[in-house]
Write a protein that binds this ligand. Structure first.
Ligand SMILES: [Zn+2]
Length: 148
């Protein structure tokens, strides 16, 4: 069998096996197996060893970074970030900042998606003519949702 296909099938098997949410030992076991399977998948795809996250098995190449970045920028442009997706967005960025700071340095995903330069967590703060500070929802990444 094609080694990439083999790894993908193994990951699907592991994901299916870890179905009992109350069995924590099995869950930890499945997570470790999944990390190993991810490493094997990277190797099968020809990712250099120095570009594989040794604990979780993620592909840390520039190409993988661009792919994750483009996916998130597309998501922000299409739908913005909700209270559910924003933490995932921030976790993805934090992951790359930790593992490949040289890729993230100077690369603002929200600016690339078209956020206001003053956007901070989905809100743009500015001083009105009366001197009071006003916060407006960023139209790109926070088009709707609950009031602040
Ligand atoms: Zn924004």
């Amino acid at each position: 069998m094609n080694p990439v296909k083999h790894c993908v099938l193994r990951m699907q098997t592991i994901a299916r096996a870890a179905s009992d949410p109350t069995d924590h030992v099995a869950a930890v076991d499945a997570r470790t197996s999944m990390d190993d399977a991810r490493i094997a998948l990277c190797v099968a795809r020809g990712v250099p060893l120095e570009d594989i996250d040794p604990s979780q098995g993620y592909d840390l190449t520039r190409r993988a970074y661009e792919s994750v970045r483009d996916t998130w920028i597309g998501e922000v442009r299409r739908k913005g970030l909700s209270e559910y997706t924003r933490p995932w967005f921030e976790a993805a960025l934090a992951y790359w900042r930790e593992h490949r700071p040289e890729f993230v340095e100077g690369d603002d995903w929200l600016a690339a998606a078209g956020c206001d330069p003053d956007c901070d967590g989905g809100w743009v703060r500015y001083r009105g003519r009366d001197g009071e500070f006003v916060e407006l929802r960023c139209r790109t990444c926070n088009p709707r949702g609950g009031a602040q």
